[in-house]
Design a protein around this ligand. Structure first.
Ligand code: NAD
Length: 417
């Protein structure tokens, strides 16, 4: 069972251990704990008068750099500890990519796949209604994560506007909304696009050409499919993809247009006729140049890490590699692009959406993608330079930079009141 919080704390402790000699340790240690953990019991009135209750969580890790920012995860197994770990990861991600947000996250314990669309809408609206005082441009600004998407963010904006009594909320209460409701072009694709920028820069560092570079993507959801698309456009070859039902493999390269057409009438890649079915765990171990875990946490562990045959691991998902596996891969010379850098494109574009809505501006997809590419590239090379200078792994360098930034923000705010 994935332990996101434990893994996140191991990464934090490693970075904090390096900083410990240079800083006030009380202040540093305060970052091990979240600012606020809230548990909600939701009792939505379902169609036909059915009443069920659901658990939900909102965690704000820090507000040192700004309001808490982070997605809403809806899965049947999500826990308060998972959400705490993910909120903490958001703190580091926002600090690293340079946006004025602290870390936050929320979770709803429910299976969106087994739910009728109207039931899901009612549940999402119930979550928003119960969070009216917890969500806002100055406190916590949610976004999509596993199991939630653009449509749900539209429902959240609508429910909050209705509850507050304005036709539309003033300022940005939620990001990843439909464009018509104040969303920004390119947000849906942003995380995957950002992952692709990191992969291209890593190939430059390793002096490899994109053309023909082979890629395996675990999790063909929002992040995975958009990463695959962006890399395919740059000439890389997607040779394997998976979802939670299964996986397919084709060493000559998967035709993504055909796959996407197939997915219009199927809810899984598993039986895609253009490729060979393969077990999802086995797919991770097939030879490739770039492996992109873009599904769940703890997919690369001490158990399977020795069998991976890849030069680059680009972490599209949050916390997909256990700390032990991370060490093993680094020792073997695998180039790991850590989650807080690799998948930070989503929160960067959320920040653009936040500023666009606050200032009542409009940005084009060209502006969004140009700013995203510039920011991801700049941060990739800054972290690489730090890792080379201080002989850190990419993850330790990223964590070191992020934790130092948040620590500096706490110092700058002062210790009173
Ligand atoms: P999603 O729900 O759109 O897609 C998840 C995909 O992973 C689905 O295809 C699902 O079937 C598959 N999956 C789940 N478990 C699997 C398993 N064990 N093996 C193979 N496939 C599996 O979710 P998403 O938004 O794409 O998020 C994926 C990951 O990326 C999560 O870790 C999330 O926290 C992280 N992330 C998402 C964003 C974003 O903007 N959506 C931003 C940063 C990080």
């Amino acid at each position: 069972m994935a332990n996101i919080l434990q893994n996140t704390l191991v990464h934090f402790d490693r970075a904090a251990g390096i900083l410990r000699n240079e800083v006030d340790t009380d202040l540093l240690d305060s970052l091990r704990l979240p600012k606020e953990r809230i548990e909600l019991t939701l009792m939505p009135m379902m169609p036909e008068g059915k009443k069920r209750f659901y658990r939900a969580f909102i965690v704000r890790h820090t507000v040192a750099l700004g309001p808490s920012k982070g997605g809403i995860r809806m899965t049947p197994t999500v826990t308060l500890d998972d959400i705490t770990g993910l909120a903490m990861e958001m703190t580091w991600k926002c600090a690293l990519i340079g946006v004025p947000f602290g870390g936050g996250k929320s979770g709803v314990v429910a299976d969106p796949e087994g739910m009728a669309p109207l039931d899901k809408e009612i549940l999402v609206r119930c979550f928003a209604r119960n969070s009216v005082l917890l969500i806002g441009p100055q406190t916590y600004v949610p976004a999509p994560d596993m199991g939630t998407g653009e449509r749900d963010m539209g429902y959240i904006k609508d429910t909050l506007s209705y509850s507050i009594g304005y036709a539309t909320t003033q300022g940005c209460y939620v990001t990843g909304k439909p464009i018509l409701l104040g969303g920004i072009p390119g947000r849906r694709e942003a995380t995957g696009y950002g992952v692709s920028v990191c992969v291209i820069e890593a190939l430059k560092k390793l002096k490899k050409e994109p053309a023909g570079t082979t890629v395996i993507v675990q999790g063909y959801g929002n992040v995975g499919s958009n990463t695959a698309r962006a890399l395919d456009r740059q000439g890389l070859k997607i040779i394997g993809v998976s979802d939670k039902y299964g996986a397919v493999y084709k060493p000559e390269g998967i035709n993504l247009d055909a796959l996407d057409r197939y997915l219009e009438s199927s809810n899984t890649v598993k039986d895609f006729p253009g490729a060979t079915p393969i077990d999802g765990r086995e797919l991770l171990e097939m030879p490739c140049d770039v492996l992109i875990p873009a599904a769940a946490a703890d997919q690369i562990t001490a158990e399977n890490a020795p069998r991976l045959k890849t030069s680059i691991v680009a972490e599209g998902a949050n916390s997909p590699t256990s700390p032990e596996a991370d060490e093993m891969l680094v020792k073997r010379g695998v180039f790991i692009i850590p989650d807080i850098l690799c998948n930070a494109g989503g929160v960067f574009v959320s920040y653009l959406e936040y500023t666009q809505e606050t200032q009542q501006e409009q940005m084009t997809i060209e502006e969004v993608n140009a700013r995203l590419t510039r920011r991801m590239t700049e941060k990739f090379w800054q972290i690489l330079e730090l890792s080379e200078q201080r002989k850190f792994s990419m993850r330790t360098a990223a964590m070191h930079r992020a934790v130092s930034t948040v620590y500096e923000a706490l110092l700058a705010r002062g210790r009173c009141p």
